[in-house]
Design a protein around this ligand. Sequence first.
Ligand SMILES: NC(=O)c1ccc[n+]([C@@H]2O[C@H](COP(=O)([O-])OP(=O)(O)OC[C@H]3O[C@@H](n4cnc5c(N)ncnc54)[C@H](O)[C@@H]3O)[C@@H](O)[C@H]2O)c1
Length: 294
Amino acid sequence: MSQEHPTADPAPDAAVAADPSPGPDPVLIPGTDRIRPDYRTLFRLDGRRAVVVGGGSGIGRESCLALAAAGAEVVCADRDLAAAEATAAAAPSADLVTAYSLDVLDPDAVARAATDLDPVDTLVLTAGTNVRKPVLDYTAEEFERVVALNLRAAFDLVRAFGPGMAERGAGSIIALSSMRAIAVEPGQGVYAATKAGLLQLLRTVAAELGPRGVRANTIAPAGVATPLTQQIRTDPQWERAYADKTALGRWATPDEIAGVVVFLASDAASYITGTQIVVDAGWTAIDGRYTPPM
Ligand SMILES: NC(=O)c1ccc[n+]([C@@H]2O[C@H](COP(=O)([O-])OP(=O)(O)OC[C@H]3O[C@@H](n4cnc5c(N)ncnc54)[C@H](O)[C@@H]3O)[C@@H](O)[C@H]2O)c1
């Protein structure tokens, strides 16, 4: 189990990173009782176990591979076991990523997973869905379906995995929200509502579990090229419009989100909790009405 907060009196089971070279001699940071971390291994996750829910595709798949490359033992949990196995097979060597069959809409299965996979240092929630249509056209069934996966399942997962983290006094919960938690557009009402709800749920989890050493944060991407956004990317005008909303003039690829997942899982983010990291290439910073002559 890792120690997220090195102090002059580190826990006896503090993680030792798999760096063969000796670390620097322990030095206190001036004016504090905190030992300066070994900056060479600040982003490493050796000795930690990460569970990525929805790791069979898109952002979840790249997160599995990035977390494994940073040294974590990774469990790729997905309703689609074949997809989870494909993620595991994409890792550079066997056993770095293990596939696990999990339907997060089944609360009993979620509770079982928390027992099966214990202890878990990092929980990454990526399973999500969207039905793009105006609020007035939504059916009750569609509403329930989007809320069940995007919000209810996150609630169940946090409640299943959170207690173990709190008992051990360390952990990082990372949920994929969306820039739609901040800025909306026609046709994204229910999706946006679930993502804003997820943000507030995770902020509250951060407030409740922070005193017990557990951090909780969300990541809010804009357009990422994954199967979830296939509908948009097959329409050239829609696809271009999304790219043009960003300062970089393009969509993200899922690896560009995976690095943020690794960061939030690592001790480099030891003072980050209760927040949302926006990964949108400037979309929400720019109002986009007009570029004045300059
Ligand atoms: N792609 C984007 O542009 C984008 C932008 C903002 C936010 N997000 C969010 O990021 C997250 C990941 O998105 P993505 O684009 O990688 O999605 P994706 O559709 O590529 O992958 C989702 C994965 O979740 C799994 N899944 C679905 N239902 C499940 C269930 N009941 N139990 C277990 N696993 C289940 C799927 O099998 C799939 O492997 C989502 O929450 C999404 O809302 C995505």
